[in-house]
Design a protein around this ligand. Structure first.
Ligand SMILES: CCCCCCCCCCCCC/C=C/C(=O)SCCNC(=O)CCNC(=O)[C@H](O)C(C)(C)COP(=O)(O)OP(=O)(O)OC[C@H]1O[C@@H](n2cnc3c(N)ncnc32)[C@H](O)[C@@H]1OP(=O)(O)O
Ligand SMILES: Cc1cc2nc3c(=O)[nH]c(=O)nc-3n(C[C@H](O)[C@H](O)[C@H](O)COP(=O)(O)OP(=O)(O)OC[C@H]3O[C@@H](n4cnc5c(N)ncnc54)[C@H](O)[C@@H]3O)c2cc1C
Length: 572
């Protein structure tokens, strides 16, 4: 639930994008109307954009909203089976309103996607309103507590004033007034920016559970005859978990940066300055994809590092995974988001830099790269950047890897065009390179923000351990993507060998602080909800207690079962 700034009482649950969209696209009068007591007593809203046949391709959405000037109403309609709204959270049983994205038709012309508030259930009886066919889409991979639903609209009429008109408008005579920028109707940058913080939280929870458990769990023999060691002392366990720990800190800082950037740029937009919207769209789309893919994989690493007990729901890791994994799909499917960042921002910026334009923001390095391309600089074959004093050099290495992959993608498009392919085909035949370029750009942004953050840390001891984490994050990325760095001439094979050796040293250096570093996330037992991740470390007692609570243990096997079993046994 969310609290409207001017009203103390909490508003009802607004699912997913309902409230952010309202806040972003409703006029002040509409905000007043939707949040007056009559509305906020029980308005439960969902955000219905995706259809059965279209999720990614917004321009392909089929739901229509046709303005009828004779009655001053819009007629909302689902013309085909594939146009049925599908997936919106809370639509199946809970919501009584939906923000519906539909193709606006007025005066015989289609003006593209716009947002409409559609009442879908009676505010008193909660019965679906006339023309509204609504229900739940059925069991899913997870998210079972959310009634993701379907919505079929059969010529449903809503008043003119239910179209969100902060940017675009329809006059009473049906005249369409364009928004100051067509891009404002896309939205989504808010939630995508927030999801970056969710990636950090999912990582922090998972590595807290796995590292605390790894400090409690004793297993096997390290030295014959000695007691079983903590599994956290195994180099392989450290190699699994400490890079996740480093990523959890990295993404926490990126999440803070995205929140601040969203606030700053949306303030500019409200003041009528849209110049930073492309940067915000590119960053939010790319970093949402980059951090959710990384966190999704890392949660599984944490689960498997806990052995059998990691597979138990008592660890909380299966639930963290099931709840987190759809972030790679919703709010913009990750591959499509990476392509947006590359095609709509990086390649465009590369071309601007190539003609000497001085770029600002996260792509300013492309201007430096264009200049250096004019004055190529031999890569130092000397010592690899392996100490915390070298963090800035590592940022430059990531910057130059990104620049080289953006250039590679741009040149691939050029080559495809020269082979006679159309623009669209040339882009499609370069999309693997485009995704790689986006990934490298986001990776550079994450490393840079981590290193920038260190400058704000005053406590010497904290700064030292965070610098070691930043170094581990950067070197692990170098090792995992060494092909890119070698291919771009940014790393030599001997240097790559030294990087791997240095990573092992860093694991050892971090071992004494590992548990303190996860404690620092300050996730209490209730929030973690994990027997393995308990702050007091009393895992086995609570694991046994947790199992005994299982409903299956509420009763003994009934004697009728034995009666059933006996004849079977006698036949075996
Ligand atoms: C405090 C609370 C914290 C909460 C934490 C988070 C919790 C999360 C809970 C959420 C629960 C789940 C709810 C899920 C909801 C959903 O999934 S809602 C549906 C999401 N669907 C999508 O995201 C659809 C993805 N598809 C698209 O965005 C578009 O189809 C496309 C991929 C962008 C392509 O559209 P198209 O019209 O073809 O555009 P282009 O030609 O590519 O670009 C045109 C220009 O517009 C610019 N642009 C595109 N998108 C945006 C944007 N969002 N913002 C700004 N600008 C955008 C693009 O850059 C182009 O610009 P130019 O190049 O300058 O023309
Ligand atoms: C748990 C959950 C909750 C959701 N909640 C909501 C909600 O509240 N409201 C709402 O409106 N929607 C919601 N959605 C729907 C979600 O937004 C869509 O599923 C998402 O946008 C992806 O679209 P799609 O399902 O059509 O996938 P598709 O786009 O069909 O993706 C399938 C494959 O096609 C590829 N692909 C598609 N287009 C391209 C392209 N141009 N280039 C290259 N590859 C491409 C993708 O990369 C992917 O691999 C939810 C989904 C989930 C899973």
């Amino acid at each position: 639930s969310c609290v409207h700034p001017d009203r103390p009482e909490p508003l009802d649950l607004h699912l997913g994008m309902f409230l952010p969209t309202l806040l972003n696209q409703a006029t002040p009068e509409q905000m007043e109307r939707f949040f007056t007591p009559a509305w906020n007593l029980r308005i439960i809203g969902t955000y219905a954009q995706t259809e059965m046949g279209h999720g990614t391709h917004l321009r392909g959405l089929e739901t229509t909203a046709t303005f009828d000037p004779s009655t001053q109403e819009f007629v909302l309609h689902s013309p085909t089976i594939s146009s049925i709204k599908w997936w919106p959270g809370g639509l199946g049983k809970t919501s009584n309103h939906a923000i519906v994205l539909a193709q606006l038709h007025t005066q015989g012309r289609c003006h593209g996607l716009h947002a409409f508030i559609v009442p879908i259930r009676d505010m008193d009886t909660h019965v679906p309103l006339p023309g509204v066919v609504v229900g739940d889409i059925g069991p899913k991979f997870g998210f079972s507590e959310v009634d993701n639903g379907f919505l079929k609209l059969e010529h449903v009429r809503i008043p003119l004033d239910n179209m969100l008109m902060k940017f675009a408008k329809v006059e009473p005579d049906g005249t369409y007034v364009k928004p100051p920028s067509a891009k404002l109707t896309y939205g989504m940058v808010f939630i995508r920016s927030m999801i970056v913080g969710q990636s950090a939280l999912a990582l922090a929870k998972s590595c807290t559970i796995a590292i605390r458990y790894s400090a409690v769990r004793h297993q096997s023999e390290l030295r014959p005859g000695e007691p079983e060691p903590q599994i956290l002392n195994y180099q392989t366990q450290q190699h699994k978990l400490f890079p996740v720990l480093a990523a959890a800190y990295a993404f926490t800082f990126v999440g803070q940066y995205m929140k601040d950037t969203y606030r700053r740029i949306s303030g500019d937009i409200h003041a009528g300055d849209y110049s930073q919207l492309p940067e915000l769209h590119a960053l939010s789309a790319g970093l949402k994809a980059f951090t959710t893919w990384a966190a999704n994989a890392a949660i599984e690493v944490c689960r498997m590092s806990c052995g059998g007990h990691g597979y138990s729901r008592s660890s909380a890791l299966p639930d963290i995974y099931v709840e987190f994994t759809p972030t790679c799909t919703y709010e913009g499917e990750n591959t499509v988001m990476m392509l947006q960042t590359a095609s709509r921002y990086l390649v465009k910026s590369y071309r601007q830099a190539s003609v000497g334009q001085r770029l600002q923001g996260s792509v300013s390095y492309l201007s430096e790269a264009a200049a250096q391309r004019l004055r190529p600089r031999p890569v130092s074959g000397g010592a690899a950047p392996l100490s915390t004093q070298d963090l800035l050099s590592l940022v430059h290495l990531y910057q130059r890897r990104a620049a080289s992959l953006v250039e590679l993608a741009a040149k691939s498009i050029q080559q495809e065009l020269q082979r006679g392919r159309s623009q669209e085909e040339a882009w499609n035949h370069s999309s693997i390179d485009l995704v790689r370029a986006s990934d490298a750009h986001c990776h550079f942004v994450v490393v840079k923000l981590f290193v920038d953050k260190l400058e704000q840390v005053d406590d010497a001891a904290v700064k030292a351990v965070l610098s070691t984490l930043a170094l581990l994050y950067a070197l692990k990325g170098l090792a995992d993507n060494s092909g890119d760095f070698l291919q771009a001439g940014l790393l030599t094979v001997p240097q790559a060998t030294r990087v791997s050796a240095r990573i092992k040293e860093l694991l050892e250096e971090l071992r004494p602080d590992a548990v303190a570093l996860v404690d620092a996330f300050d996730l209490n037992d209730r929030k973690l909800n994990s027997v393995l991740g308990r702050y007091d470390g009393n895992v086995y007692e609570h694991l046994y207690e947790w199992a005994r609570q299982s409903p299956l243990n509420a009763t003994e096997v009934h004697e009728s079962f034995h009666k059933y079993l006996k004849p079977l046994r006698s036949r075996l």
